[in-house]
Structures are given as structure tokens and as C-alpha cells.
Write a protein that binds this ligand. Structure first.
Ligand code: F6R
Length: 270
């Protein structure tokens, strides 16, 4: 896993946006997997800025969101569809027909989840999946104990997630108890994953995800099995990482390589 430690939320957001923008420029028909929550918000703002000021073109981009609460209409203020419209889609030139968020009001959940997977397949698979992480190590709504091979399905949210998300609702009682979520297996099939984490509350989850054993109790740890994951975390989220200095060293080497300065990495001849 490539680990990039940035100073704070704004620098995490800019770095993450640069990865997304590079792909959008290189392959304008890319399929992006998107996340909701507080963490990717700065990245979305930066992408909107790039669209407005630099002409970053989303007209042929296709997106699939990770998850949606069950029981909320797309227009509900807390629905993830609404979140995506307000945080990104309404401010860029994406074609609304190319944006996909699971439907929290689907009548036949099983059929809807199967159809969602099929749509991802038909689009050619996800090129880059953006991920946040829960304090309990979840990715999407794959709560601790979720199968690491799981596919898009209905999931009960844990008490911890309900508490964490209550801040967006009037009270904890109003937080939906069920969600439709891509599975860990679905996420692992993306060609590349971009994991973002900011703040002290994520430090334990990040430590276990990157340096702990692969376990269904920390579903993000399954990303260790993926061949192309970039974790962009701020200092606070990185504070428990034991190999922090090594990750920084790898990034310094990476920058020299990108600048064509490989000679600075070779052993000195005596
Ligand atoms: C959202 C999602 C969740 C969040 C996670 C972190 O689509 O899939 O896994 O990424 O709960 O949320 P924030 O970023 O609000 O801390």
C-alpha cells in the first residue's frame, strides 16, 4: 500500500483531487467510485475548483457511489444521493445519467443490489474507488465482521456508526438502521483505491488497516490484498503508524523518480 502523509485536511484534499484529476484527464471516460461523508468533501471542492478554473471535464465520466441509507428518498436532506448532488454533481459538467447511487427506496433489495453490480460490470468496472474509513475500520458500510468477499447488499449499521452519523440527523433515532452498500469484494475489484483519512479519531483504524493483520473485524484491512491502493492521511490520522518515516522516505524517492532524478537514489561510487 502506498501511504502518503500530508499535514492536514486541506493538503489531503488537494493531493486526493490531483489523483482523481490526473485520471479524468488521461482517460475522460473513466469510471469513478465515490464516497460520501466529511472526509472527501475538501477533495470534491478542489475538483469543482479544477472544473471551473482549469476546465477539468467530467462530461463522459461515469460514477458509482459506495452506499445509501435504506428508507431515504433521493431528495431527503441526509440521503447520499442528495449529498453527492450538493457536494459535487450539481457543480460540475457530469451527465446525471452517468451518476449512480444505490436506491434506498428500492422495493426488491436483492434485485436492486444485483443490478447495481451488473451496472458496474457493464460500465467496465471501477477505475478508481475513493474511500473514507469509519473509526471502527469500516469501508463503505462494511461493518466489522462483514465478509471480505461480500458484494453489494443490505447491511445493518452498528451502534458506533449510528452514533457517528447521528450528527447529521436530528437525533440518533432518526438515523436509518439499514444501508445498501458495495461489498468488500466489490471494492477490491476496483483497479485502484484511494483511501482518505483525517483526524485523530481515525488514527487507530488507520494503524490497523495499514499495519495490522488482515481481518474482517477491520474491513479496510482487506485493502492490503489489493495491488494498487494509495492511502492519503493527515498527520493526526497517521500518528499511530510505526513506519511513518519509511512511508515518507518512499514518497521522497517517488518524487525524485517522477522528476527524472534517479541518480540521486543510486549508491555513490567511491
Ligand atoms: C460513505 C462511506 C463511509 C464513510 C466513513 C467515514 O460513503 O462509505 O464508509 O467513508 O464512515 O465517514 P467520514 O468521512 O464522515 O468520517
Amino acid at each position: 500500500m502506498r501511504v502518503i502523509v500530508e499535514r492536514d485536511f486541506p493538503s489531503v484534499s488537494r493531493t486526493a483531487a490531483r489523483f482523481v484529476a490526473r485520471l479524468v484527464r488521461e482517460r475522460p471516460t473513466s469510471v469513478l467510485g465515490l464516497a460520501t461523508g466529511s472526509t472527501p468533501l475538501g477533495m470534491y471542492q478542489e475538483l469543482i475548483r479544477m472544473h471551473r478554473e482549469e476546465g477539468l471535464d467530467f462530461s463522459r465520466i461515469v460514477t458509482f457511489n459506495l452506499d445509501e441509507y435504506v428508507g431515504l428518498a433521493p431528495t431527503h436532506p441526509q440521503s447520499y444521493r442528495r449529498f453527492m448532488q450538493q457536494s459535487l454533481f450539481d457543480h460540475i459538467n457530469i451527465d446525471g445519467r452517468n451518476t449512480h447511487v444505490p436506491d434506498g427506496r428500492a422495493l426488491d433489495f436483492e434485485a436492486h443490489c444485483e443490478q447495481y453490480e451488473k451496472l458496474i460490470d457493464e460500465a467496465g468496472g471501477i477505475d478508481l474507488q475513493v474511500l473514507g474509513i469509519g473509526a471502527d475500520g469500516h469501508i463503505a458500510f462494511n461493518e466489522p465482521g462483514s465478509s471480505l468477499g461480500s458484494r453489494t447488499r443490505l447491511k445493518s449499521l452498528t451502534a458506533e456508526t449510528l452514533r457517528d452519523n447521528a450528527r447529521f440527523f436530528g437525533s440518533i433515532e432518526e438515523v436509518p438502521r439499514l444501508a445498501i452498500t458495495m461489498g468488500v469484494g466489490t471494492i477490491l475489484e476496483s483497479r485502484q483505491c484511494l483511501l482518505l483519512a483525517c483526524g485523530q479519531a481515525k488514527a487507530r483504524a488507520i494503524k490497523e488497516t495499514i499495519e495490522g493483520p488482515v481481518t474482517a473485524q477491520i474491513t479496510a484491512s482487506a485493502l492490503q490484498l489489493h495491488r494498487d491502493v494509495i492511502a492519503v492521511v493527515d498527520e493526526e490520522a497517521a500518528q499511530l503508524l510505526e513506519r511513518r518515516e519509511y512511508y515518507r522516505e518512499v514518497e521522497r524517492a517517488q518524487s525524485l523518480l517522477e522528476a527524472g532524478e534517479i541518480s540521486k537514489l543510486l549508491p555513490h561510487k567511491s
